[in-house]
Write a protein that binds this ligand. Structure first.
Ligand code: ZN
Length: 201
């Protein structure tokens, strides 16, 4: 899989890795649990992790995400899994996001990250060539069957303090916004491939 260079003003893109066509990055979001639960939406080898980042990409054939999610090959989502650690972990571009979470505690607040963040920096130093892929759906309603999932094998360490910042975000009722993950779904005969089946492009 090739990860396109981020150029200010242009969307980074991905291609290859079993994807048919070019997919441009549309947005990034996270799923997390609570002090008692692990919040990843994927499990690797039966194990769930503390946090999962989704980088949502749209096939450039489509004008919008709304249009792309009507097509089985419309979207690709990259999933990165995080494991909370009590010790200090090296800082990465992700800290640009984690450090700002306390300023986003209230619903509907927004904040601008002034320095451009490169896609590679967001991926926390993982090896982007090692991943699992399958055809699935969005994990939030309408859960359209429009997604090629790419879930990376490398697990990114995240300092516990950063993880706790997610648990302190509040929902519209003023309650902690926790456990925003969809429970594991049945495989339903879907085939999951690991990247070794793909040739280098
Ligand atoms: Zn998601």
């Amino acid at each position: 899989m090739a990860v396109g260079k981020t150029v200010n003003g242009f969307h980074p893109f991905i291609t290859g890795g079993g994807l048919d066509g070019v997919y441009q990055v549309e947005g990034v979001h996270f799923h997390w649990g609570s002090p008692q639960t692990k919040g990843s939406e994927h499990a690797l080898g039966g194990q769930k992790y503390d946090l999962e980042m989704h980088i949502v990409c749209k096939n450039i054939k489509f004008a919008s995400v709304a249009e792309a999610r009507e097509d089985p090959f419309g979207l690709a989502v990259m999933g990165v899994l995080f494991k909370g650690l009590d010790q200090e972990v090296p800082r990465s571009g992700l800290n640009e996001i984690f450090d700002r979470l306390p300023f986003l505690a209230l619903p509907n607040t927004d904040l601008l990250i002034e320095n451009p963040l490169k896609l590679g920096e967001l991926m926390g130093g993982i090896n982007p060539k090692k991943f699992y892929t399958y055809r699935g759906s969005l994990t939030t309603p309408p859960c359209s069957q429009a997604v090629t999932w790419l879930v990376f094998e490398d697990i990114v360490p995240v300092q516990s303090q950063s993880l706790q910042k997610f648990w302190h975000l509040l929902d519209v009722r003023g309650l902690p916004l926790v456990n925003n993950f969809r429970p594991l779904q049945l495989q339903n005969g879907r085939r999951v491939f690991s990247r070794k089946f793909f040739s280098e492009r």
